[in-house]
Design a protein around this ligand. Structure first.
Ligand code: FNR
Length: 361
């Protein structure tokens, strides 16, 4: 019998999750001026009621020009706090830990909503300029070349993450995740494919890691010591000459030494040229490698579908947490059903529990 499984509690600093199941951050592109609304409350609240241990609010922009689209959630002003606090309160009332992912979209900012094609938007179309990046290299044909951040711009980005973290705490979130993945600003600094700077923030891996490590350090200095800090990374760019899994191990050792508690291990999205061998659990080996080689807790994500599969990721020691995205969109009650399937006693919300356990009328 293994020590821990999918249904085991997990404690990190001052926070305990009721199980190892995390609702992965998923943009809803449904905010106006970055403000959370009823849709976000229901989207996140229903998965909290559905039994996950941790609910991660979608990529929430630390500056308005760091949004992927005009519909992104934001946390660049104090006005954003109360609607987020409403979500955090409800999630917590359902026994899940409310958490938020803080993000800057970098050169991938100013795009249309995905269900309208997601193409880059000009200011005339409702987008904005400049979009920011490490170097003036566009994401794709038809994407704007980003304006390279200068020293003052880099200082402002760090300060925006710190202000965002303060607001996230004020809103009642118990864990903060830095979005360092998917080709957004912090990942753009990491990868030699998007970062060709010649200052302290480009060239060597030490220099390319600098901004993310500074953000992590600044957040750790800002948030209470009993508050966990996560970071999502793309473990590889899936491109020859790009960011690699070995680079990720190096990075995660450094993140750990700056007080990051868990690496949420995703991959790709730095460039449309990547060829990704997508399959069930295809990113899990990276979570394993980082956990083993960098000695830090990891979360596995990507095509985790079945309870048994998720459980084996935990019992086999591949990762400490599993993050579910689309399967939780399909089935908000996935966690309760997984618990049932694995032989546990799911704790349904009290309003439902007495009824769903009764097969007769
Ligand atoms: C995502 N993903 C994502 N990732 C992230 O770090 N921040 C985000 O805001 C989003 N937004 C988002 C929206 C939607 C609609 C989807 C489907 C995905 C990626 C997501 O968290 C997850 O890593 C992937 O979807 C892979 O996991 P699944 O879906 O295979 O379980």
């Amino acid at each position: 019998v293994p020590d821990v499984d999918l249904l085991s509690r997990w404690t990190v600093r001052g926070v305990t999750l009721r199980n190892r199941i995390v609702m992965s951050p998923m943009c809803q592109y449904s905010a106006i001026d970055g403000m959370a609304n009823d849709w976000h409350l229901v989207h996140l609240g229903s998965r909290a009621a559905g039994g996950v241990g941790l609910v991660m609010v979608e990529a929430t922009a630390v500056t308005s020009d760091g949004r992927i689209s005009p519909g992104d959630m934001g946390i660049w002003s104090d006005e954003h706090v109360e609607p987020l606090a409403r979500i955090a309160r409800f999630v917590e009332s359902q026994g899940a830990v409310p958490s938020i992912q803080l993000a800057h979209a970098g050169r991938k900012a100013s795009c249309d909503l995905p269900w309208r094609g997601g193409a880059p938007l000009t200011p005339e179309q409702g987008g904005w300029r400049p979009v920011w990046g490490p170097s003036p290299l566009a994401f794709d044909d038809g994407s704007p070349a980003p304006e390279p951040l200068d020293a003052a711009g880099i200082d402002a980005v760090r300060a925006a993450f710190v202000s965002a973290a303060r607001r996230a705490i004020a809103a009642g979130f118990k864990i903060i995740e830095i979005h360092g993945a998917h080709g957004y600003l912090l990942h753009e600094f990491l990868s030699p494919l998007s970062n060709q700077r010649t200052d302290d923030y480009g060239g060597s891996i030490e220099n390319r890691m600098r901004l993310l490590l500074q953000v992590a350090e600044a957040l750790r200095a800002t948030i209470p010591s009993n508050m966990p800090l996560f970071t999502r990374i793309s473990a590889t760019d899936w491109v020859e000459g790009g960011w690699s899994a070995a680079d990720s191990v190096t990075l995660c050792r450094e993140l750990k030494s700056r007080g990051v508690d868990l690496i949420d291990v995703s991959s790709g999205a730095l460039t449309p040229k990547a060829r990704i061998p997508v399959a069930k659990g295809y990113q899990v080996p990276f979570a394993r490698q980082i956990r083993d080689e960098a000695g830090i807790a990891t979360g596995a994500v990507g095509l985790i579908i079945e309870a048994k599969q998720a459980n084996e990721i935990i019992t086999g020691g591949d990762a400490d947490l599993v993050f579910l995205g689309r399967e939780l969109l399909r089935e908000p009650y996935w966690a309760l059903k997984a618990e049932q399937e694995l032989g546990g006693q799911p704790t349904w919300p009290v309003q439902m529990g007495y009824a769903v356990q009764r097969r007769s009328r």
